[in-house]
Design a protein around this ligand. Sequence first.
Ligand SMILES: *Cc1c(COP(=O)(O)O)cnc(C)c1O
Length: 356
Amino acid sequence: MPRPIRATLSASALAHNCMVAKAYAGGAKLWAVIKANAYGHGLERAARALEAADGYAVLDFQEAARLRLAGIQKPILMLEGFFKPGDLPLLNKYSLTPVIHNPEQVEMLKRTELAAEIDVYVKVNSGMNRLGFTIESLRPAYNAIRMHRQVRNVTLMTHFADADGPGGIQAQLEWFSEMTKEYGAPRSLANSAALIRYPETRTGWVRPGIMLYGCSPFADCSAESLGLKPAMTLATEIIATQQLAPGERVGYGFAYEAVGDLSIGIVACGYADGYPRHAPTGTPVLVNGKRTRIVGRVSMDMICVDITDIPEAYIGSPVTLWGEGLSADEVAASAGTLSYELLCALAPRVPVAEIP
Ligand SMILES: *Cc1c(COP(=O)(O)O)cnc(C)c1O
């Protein structure tokens, strides 16, 4: 028998969350962002389940090729565009829409006669200072792209640095609008946080990611309150129990010391499965559906959990690390990270089962 750990992925939760995103989007079209193996959910599986999407956004040409091989015919947006001249024929081969964000890409495109027409996104740096053209470099880049014989539609896009935080989007949106007002091109602005919180970004094509997987982009607002359902549940079982007397310790570094009598369940999940190693004592976990906490250090293959108040818990008892009944957002917050990182880090050794 394999170890009891497994992830389940709910196709109906993905479909539901996609409909929620569609409702927020109003008349705007929706790129379902499925980069990073669909945030750990499996590329083809997620694309199939996110049936309300108008297109899919990825980074890797391998991911784009996999989607086409799976028979998916909707538009595909390449969020970082192409990297080398050899990538350009792939745009036609797989019918891809590249994001062009730097002058090198413009040069590569200029030098290339494409076999068929393509649509292009031009990325504007509105203050995040990661990718995109500045106000000075936008005009020459845009003109060169427009003049290319095989370029059909051009959309202007930008990305917000703090749509989920206190800074908001106002300054970036104003700057973007100022920079692009004379272009008269369609726009693509919103990630999940902007889509939910800032109606003025629901224009052209929106680009939600994390909300499709049933997690909240906001620290101060639960996924449940947004009407989202967790798509991934990471579950396992207790494989051993220990009784600790006061003063006894558990795990590497003897990091946790029992204050009173303590029952411990040893759980088949560790950082090699994708559980965050830095999750501290107190991080929530469900045993037999009841909420308790992890204690001591997360090791490679095991976690220790407090089952003192769950007397029926024993070897074989079910444990939920995150997902149905315990949000990945909450576990992530306890571990000082984001649900994004937990989902993407699901390890290949964890078997995945798709459920309706
Ligand atoms: C990843 C990404 C998104 C999706 O962001 P979420 O916060 O997951 O909704 C949108 N746009 C771009 C450019 C991205 O890289």
